[in-house]
Design a protein around this ligand. Structure first.
Ligand code: HEC
Ligand code: HEC
Length: 176
């Protein structure tokens, strides 16, 4: 009886990949073939490590520099963690030391003129306000990131709430 059940389960499992194949092929079939430029082909003189024919190695663009102009960026919505407008290379941020807090902690903002971490950084997950930075806000780079001046690879049609409200108002007026 037990063996029969195991055999049944095994045969069901064996059938699974077969079911998956047409779905996967369909997904790949609709993927557009990436345009290959001469630069891609000559980027590397050697064949791709897979040895497969027709494969080209794309040259990675140079890593762009971080924006470090010290100008605070507008947020796209109030809850957005502001992005970092200054250099952070080499800033120690681990269990032993938190370089960010040497400027952004309340007690150092007089000297550093850095914006203070806001009150949410003192709250634990129950909303209780603690005396020091909350553990869940300790690793700043989890949420705050530097920016680089590059074109996004995927187009983005995000509009902020102010423009959405304005468009709605304009549409309402137009409809009268
Ligand atoms: C030497 C002092 C100093 C250190 C260290 C420092 N900051 Fe800053 N930070 C500033 C100052 C000053 C500003 C205000 C804008 C400027 O001058 O760049 C700022 C701005 C920011 C902002 C933008 C705030 C806003 O409202 O737009 C973020 C986010 C930020 N820092 C995060 C960090 C993080 C994360 C680290 C650690 C990896 C860090 N900072 C380390 C001084 C510092
Ligand atoms: C879990 C995500 C998260 C982490 C981790 C985090 N922050 Fe933030 N931070 C936010 C969000 C969200 C905001 C904007 C809303 C707010 O003020 O809470 C913010 C706002 C800020 C601001 C702007 C405050 C103001 O009043 O304009 C500064 C400066 C800042 N964070 C610095 C830091 C530093 C330094 C650390 C590390 C000690 C840190 N943050 C860790 C999410 C985070």
């Amino acid at each position: 009886m037990k063996n029969l059940r195991t055999a049944l389960i095994l045969s069901l499992l064996a059938a699974l990949p077969v079911l998956g194949v047409p779905v996967a092929q369909k997904a790949f079939a609709t993927d557009p073939t990436p345009a290959v430029t001469a630069r891609d082909v000559t980027a590397s003189g050697r064949p791709a490590f897979t040895g497969a024919e027709g494969l080209t190695v794309q040259e990675a663009p140079p890593i762009p520099k971080d924006a470090t102009d010290d100008r605070r960026r507008q947020r796209n919505y109030p809850e957005q963690p502001p992005v970092i407008p200054h250099q952070i290379v080499g800033y120690q941020l681990d269990l032993r030391a938190n370089k960010c807090l040497t400027c952004h902690a309340r007690e150092f903002t007089g000297d550093s003129q850095a914006p203070m971490i806001s009150v949410t950084h003192f709250q634990d997950r129950d909303g209780q306000v603690l005396g020091a930075v909350s553990a869940r806000r300790y690793f700043c780079l989890q949420c705050h990131v530097p920016q680089t001046d590059v074109q996004p690879r995927v187009p983005n049609s995000f509009r902020d709430v102010d423009s959405v409200i304005r468009e709605k108002d304009a549409a309402a007026k137009g409809g009268e």
